[in-house]
Design a protein around this ligand. Structure first.
Ligand code: 5GP
Length: 182
């Protein structure tokens, strides 16, 4: 993986290799397994970006008593005059009294994560924790710190391993970072 890629006119260079990613996925899986021993948490994979991370993490966890659901955090047309309203959609499992672990691809400002957690709290789960593949700590506008973080990265745009640029580049096995912003 030495090549520079161009996606929608932006240049990207290799940043995190497959084996480095897998190593950190294994570490996060071990942490979660340890913290939830004897419990049956429900994982919420946030589509679209987290689908690759969630697939690897969930297999690595090998917690056969756990379940996984695929959700979206989407805008919907409401009558609310405050403008855009977002909600967690696609949850078919009753999560009341259950331990939830959200699986996300990236936390940037933290605004999405904070709102999503607020939304899910209304469903009265026993607990909510947050696992993210990537955390742009320097971009935080909320002070939100995910419970499980595979990588802390600089505030530059990344693609690959599920993360897209305008729907493209999700299928790159490695993570690439924008080298025009540096
Ligand atoms: P936040 O609410 O934390 O600022 O933003 C979270 C969302 O912004 C992510 O779910 C993702 O859709 C998008 N995002 C932020 N940084 C990146 C990035 O470097 N690459 C990609 N592909 N998406 C990003």
């Amino acid at each position: 993986m030495n090549e520079i890629l161009t996606v929608n006119g932006l240049r990207f260079k290799p940043f995190l290799r497959v084996d480095t990613i897998q190593e950190q996925v294994r570490r996060v899986a071990a942490e979660i397994r340890n913290d939830y021993e004897g419990k049956s948490p429900i994982f919420l994979c946030v589509l679209n970006g987290a689908f690759v991370f969630a697939a690897d993490l969930y297999r690595e966890l090998a917690m056969t008593n756990s379940k996984i659901q695929f959700v979206k955090y989407s805008s919907y047309e409401g009558t609310n005059t405050t403008g855009e309203v977002k909600q967690v959609i696609g949850l078919s499992e009753n999560v009341e009294g259950k331990d939830i672990i959200i699986i996300e691809d990236i936390v940037d400002t933290g605004l999405t994560a904070v709102k999503m957690i607020d939304d899910l709290r209304k469903l009265n789960p026993a607990s909510i924790r947050f696992a993210t593949l990537l955390h742009k700590q320097e971009s935080s506008k909320t002070g939100f710190v995910p419970d499980y973080i595979a990588f802390s990265i600089p505030p530059l745009f990344v693609v690959g391993y599920g993360l897209d640029l305008d729907g493209k580049a999700r299928n790159l096995p490695e993570i690439y970072i924008n080298c025009d912003e540096e």
